[in-house]
Design a protein around this ligand. Structure first.
Ligand SMILES: Cc1cc2nc3c(=O)[nH]c(=O)nc-3n(C[C@H](O)[C@H](O)[C@H](O)COP(=O)(O)OP(=O)(O)OC[C@H]3O[C@@H](n4cnc5c(N)ncnc54)[C@H](O)[C@@H]3O)c2cc1C
Length: 438
């Protein structure tokens, strides 16, 4: 009889883990609560839904998330495969058509001979080998079950999502196409004069926000800070952040504008664009009122307004090891944002490591340490580092990857060397057959 693993949560991490297990001939039962129950951010019944941005960020090897994706490609990641197939233009970034992206993953999982999907809200942790991948918006019932299991504090903060507008409602007479520094034409840019910017800023900082009800504290992850919170730090903060004009020349004036709002294509047909960096907690009518002050968006139709949500994660350094395995109960692994990795790609990468290691666990083989010389391994080492006291979610970055044994002054060159070493390491792990299929 085949070994069998239960996965709770059919998001980015759960799907990647299921794929890795099923391709190693392990039987997978995947529980997904949608469409029976929806989190506040999920909208569709497809698996692996991208709840906010449609970008999986940089695809360059001098960027750590570019390295992470390349390592995952080498390890046959389903999430990265779908992203590559469903990519839309976004300069040096890997952005996707969000519906096609999750539709492809859903089909691959549904049609895999070793995977059975059960659409059910789980409020307990079942017997046998289990991967818990219920994400940052884990239902309250499963959060309680996890809390009882790990006997450690749950942690949380707030995350915010950006609005999306209908491209046919944009005033293209005011907007120009360009990527920064002449690297293509992938973004729509809304240029602002000093007067337009100041008016926009004034309305933004005084706009009404939604009251946060669920928790007393408002702990916001710096990388997802709402635009209105950032604006309140100072009148020019946005001009050095998401509205920075550098590298963008307005063809009408021939000059760099005072500030620029960028719009990124959100689907393959280019019918939808998201407002880059505009994660927000403003009330919906306020979003319509204030964001319509952006030149070119005066009459825009908002397909989705920005929202702000709880983000839940466990105190991983106290309870998990570098295989994403629960120390006090080794039949249980965690994967995804709930482990404190931050971001779509990072979540999927932890699903990949948890899936491979769960297959080794059930087959009685030694678990695989991906080493902190790789981006995949560095994340696993980071979330299980016993020395970390005030654990906070972490995006992949070169700072958590082991340094080279020689000094290279030029940062870009140094990062490329780290990437080269990491990719060699992954090749060696593959060649040693310790992560082979079947
Ligand atoms: C509002 C918001 C915006 C975000 N924006 C971005 C962004 O723009 N870019 C980025 O890189 N990251 C973003 N993140 C962070 C994170 O990368 C994503 O949330 C990512 O989807 C996490 O992957 P995951 O697999 O861990 O969780 P998810 O993709 O959320 O998957 C978890 C799955 O588990 C299911 N589930 C939950 N509880 C149960 C249960 N009890 N029983 C059965 N099924 C259950 C859910 O329905 C869901 O399908 C955002 C997070 C939030 C909350």
């Amino acid at each position: 009889m085949k070994e069998r693993v239960t996965i709770i949560g059919g998001g980015l991490a759960g799907c990647e883990a299921a794929w890795q297990l099923a391709n190693r001939n392990i039987q997978v039962i995947l529980y997904e609560m949608r469409p029976e129950v929806f989190s506040p951010a999920h909208r569709s019944k497809n698996l692996a839904e991208l709840v906010c941005s449609n970008s999986l960020r940089s695809d360059r090897l001098e960027n750590a998330v570019g390295l992470l994706k390349q390592e995952m490609r080498l390890l046959d990641s389903l999430i990265i495969k779908s992203a590559d197939i469903n990519r839309v233009p976004a300069g040096g970034a890997l952005a996707v058509d969000r519906s096609e992206f999750s539709r492809y993953i859903t089909e691959q999982i549904e049609n895999h001979k070793n995977i059975k999907i059960i659409r059910k809200h789980m409020n307990y942790i079942p017997e046998g080998p289990v991967i818990i991948a219920t994400g940052p918006l884990s239902s309250y019932a499963i959060s309680q079950a996890i809390s009882d299991l790990i006997k450690e504090d749950y942690l949380y903060f707030y995350d915010a999502a950006a609005p999306i507008v209908d491209s046919s409602s944009l005033d293209l007479g005011k907007i120009f196409r360009a990527s920064r520094y002449g690297r293509g034409e992938d973004y729509l840019n809304c240029p602002m004069s000093e007067e337009e910017y100041k008016r926009f800023w004034r309305e933004l900082v005084n706009a009404k926000t939604v009251e946060l009800k669920y928790f007393e504290h408002q702990n916001i992850f710096e990388g997802c800070i709402p635009i209105e919170v950032m604006a309140k730090r100072g009148i020019d903060t946005l001009r050095y952040g998401p509205l920075k004009p550098v590298g963008l020349i307005d063809p009408i004036t021939g000059k760099e504008p005072y500030a620029v709002v960028q719009l990124r294509q959100d689907d393959r047909q280019a019918t939808m664009y998201n407002l880059v960096g505009f994660q927000t907690n403003l009330k919906f009518p306020e979003q319509k009122r204030v964001f319509s002050l952006i030149p070119g968006l005066e009459n825009s139709t908002f397909i989705r307004y920005g929202v702000m949500h709880r983000n839940t994660f466990i105190n991983s350094p106290a309870v998990l090891n570098k295989y994403y395995q629960l120390e006090i109960d080794p039949r249980i692994f965690f994967a995804g944002q709930i482990t404190g990795v931050e971001g779509y790609v990072e979540s999927a990468s932890s699903g990949l490591v948890a899936g491979i290691n769960m297959s080794h666990y059930v087959l009685g083989k030694p678990l695989v340490d991906f080493s902190n010389e790789t981006a995949i391994g560095a994340l696993a080492h980071y979330i299980s580092d016993r020395n970390i006291k005030n654990f906070q979610p972490m995006n992949v970055n070169f700072g958590i990857i082991a340094p080279l044994d020689r000094k290279i002054r030029n940062k870009q060159q140094r990062n490329l060397e780290i990437s080269k070493r990491a990719l060699n390491k992954i090749d060696n792990i593959k060649a040693s057959k310790i992560v082979k299929y079947g």
